[in-house]
Design a protein around this ligand. Structure first.
Ligand SMILES: Nc1ncnc2c1ncn2[C@@H]1O[C@H](COP(=O)(O)OP(=O)(O)O)[C@@H](O)[C@H]1O
Ligand SMILES: [Mg+2]
Length: 190
């Protein structure tokens, strides 16, 4: 089979980390799931590293204070690093509220594309996929990012993804266009 379907980049340089950061309910998981089949259709190897899923696995020992969130991001970053250096696109969907954690991930991983899933807090609260904003507003839980815990938006994200009045598929397509512009994936698809 021809190598041309995978990528126009040489073996050893095809992997990178696509790191989606944003508030809870911003759309990180939904967009990442929309991206997986599209990247696979280009012949790329893809692994989705979703924060919630990893909290049920290798981060099941961690809570939500600052140190725990930093440790969680550090573990995800490590896995993304070892995958991406082996030609896998490591797709990370993680609140990752701290700029410093994301900067560490960037320097550890190298080929790193930060996507800011930029959904206004009011919209995230309306979506409230897991009902956590409502619980936090009612005082039933504490340490909720965006309510009583900080979220530090990226100052210089590689890609900004707006999700209001757009479908997840449209957002995924625009991210692919940006990735091609950045030279991470081939320009022409299909
Ligand atoms: N353009 C969009 N992109 C992503 N999600 C969207 C979009 N428009 C509406 N949504 C909805 O917003 C919610 C986002 O939830 P989720 O992906 O779980 O967020 P997160 O992983 O950031 O916490 C889903 O219910 C999704 O259907
Ligand atoms: Mg999610």
């Amino acid at each position: 089979m021809s190598e041309s379907t995978g990528s126009n980049l040489p073996v050893g340089e095809r992997g990178f980390c696509l790191w989606l950061t944003g508030l809870p309910s911003a759309g990180k998981t939904t967009i990442a799931k929309a991206l997986v089949p599209k990247l696979k259709a280009m012949g790329l190897h893809v692994e989705l590293l979703d924060g919630d899923e990893i909290r049920r696995g290798i981060s099941s020992d961690l809570g939500f204070d600052r140190a725990a969130r930093e440790t969680h991001a550090g573990r995800v970053s490590y896995v993304a690093k070892v995958l991406s250096r082996n030609d896998v696109v490591a797709l990370v969907a993680l609140i990752s509220p701290y700029r410093s954690s994301r900067a560490r991930a960037r320097s550890e991983i190298g080929r790193f594309v930060e996507v800011y899933v930029d959904t206004p807090l009011e919209v995230c609260e309306t979506r409230d996929v897991k009902g956590l904003y409502q619980k936090a507003r009612a005082g039933a839980i504490t340490g909720m990012t965006g309510v009583d815990d900080p979220y530090e938006p990226p100052e210089h994200p590689d890609i900004v993804a707006h999700t209001v009045n757009r479908t997840p598929d449209e957002v995924a397509e625009s991210i692919l266009t940006d990735l091609a512009r950045l030279g991470r994936i081939p320009r022409s698809r299909g």
